[in-house]
Ligand binder design. Structure first.
Ligand code: PYC
Length: 317
């Protein structure tokens, strides 16, 4: 299997160039959403073997390239992590654009990618910098109170940015690199409480990303976050879909005007610039700008005698 690795603002993406599973095998072509469901149903061993140790680690997001159903798109893509498929992924879309440029498949300019939750357009500014015009993002629930054993009630919003997020304004510890273990533990409790209290996104969508937000550390920036991704890994980048969800909440509260730049820091101090235009259905269309770098071109080998050929699956919480 051939892969190209990149990182976007510190968060890794592994793009599968050759050797991924085929998700189409019936008489009727499946939509990308159906193909993502099939990836989760039938190919979790592929997702885990490609991403987890000993070949990788649980923070990597995979990008499986598939033919687009819309001929205007350069490619279709299904993002996945070791626990399943993602709807959209902001950092991986920037990473994919930079990877396709590295391969000579796209040049600076505007390109469309088809994802399971809709078409996104990507402006490649230079070999390492891209802006993603994301799917329409919106707040679904405001000021939800969750009861958590230990810390007590936690209040937050439920918002969509291409994935479902629970966003709180009060982090349990300051948003510092040194507190990642505490933040991870607190966010994991919140995710469990959301499930136990049956709080979901629209149409029962699972809220699988938890985002603590707070003030920026650097003058001139606007905010900072910590995002726990599905599974146990935190996002090293400011999370493209998470910042889309955050900006949707700010817009709805009248705290950020259209076309105004919001500079979002991650827990490792990396940065995205995000702005928005009003969407057609009452939400916003965010544009996320960031930088990515290619880190490796690799052939992955799978020896059937290797007891860990399918990854160290005990890493999945
Ligand atoms: O950038 O949207 C994102 C993302 C989601 C999960 C990891 N990164």
């Amino acid at each position: 299997m051939r892969v190209i690795d990149s990182h976007t603002a510190g968060e890794p993406t592994r793009t599968i160039i050759e050797g991924g599973p085929s998700l189409q095998d019936g008489p009727r072509p499946l939509s990308l959403k159906e193909q993502a469901a099939r990836l989760e149903r039938d190919h979790m061993d592929f997702c885990q073997s490609v991403l987890l140790e000993p070949r990788g680690h649980d923070a990597i997001v995979g990008a499986l390239l598939v033919p687009p159903s819309d001929p205007d798109c350069v490619t279709g893509v299904i993002y996945f992590n070791p626990t399943g498929a993602l709807g959209m992924c902001g950092h991986a879309t920037i990473g994919l654009a930079v990877t396709l440029a590295h391969m000579g498949r796209i040049a600076p300019g505007i390109h469309k990618f088809e994802t399971p939750v809709g078409i996104v357009s990507v402006k490649l500014h230079s070999p390492n910098k891209a802006s993603v015009v994301n799917v329409e993002s919106y707040r679904h629930l405001k000021d939800v109170t969750l009861n958590i054993d230990g810390p007590g009630p936690v209040m937050g919003d439920v918002a969509w940015g291409g994935n479902w997020f629970f966003l709180t304004k009060n982090a349990p510890s300051s948003l510092d690199f040194a507190n990642i273990a505490d933040l991870t533990q607190a966010a994991t409790k919140i995710r469990k409480a959301l499930t136990a209290q049956k709080i979901t996104g629209k149409d029962g969508g699972e809220i699988d990303h938890i985002e603590f937000t707070g003030p920026a550390h650097v003058d001139g920036n606007d905010g900072r976050n910590f995002v726990l991704c599905p599974g146990g890994a935190y996002d090293r980048s400011p999370c493209g879909t998470g910042t889309s969800a955050k900006v949707a909440c700010l817009a709805e509260d009248g705290l950020l005007a259209p076309q105004t730049i919001w500079r979002q820091e991650s827990i490792i101090d990396s940065l995205y610039e995000v702005s928005y235009q009003p969407g057609e259905h009452g939400g916003i269309i965010p544009t996320i700008t960031g930088e990515a770098y290619v880190t490796a071109q690799t052939e992955l080998l799978f020896d059937p005698k290797d007891p860990y050929a399918k990854g160290i699956t005990a890493q999945i919480p």
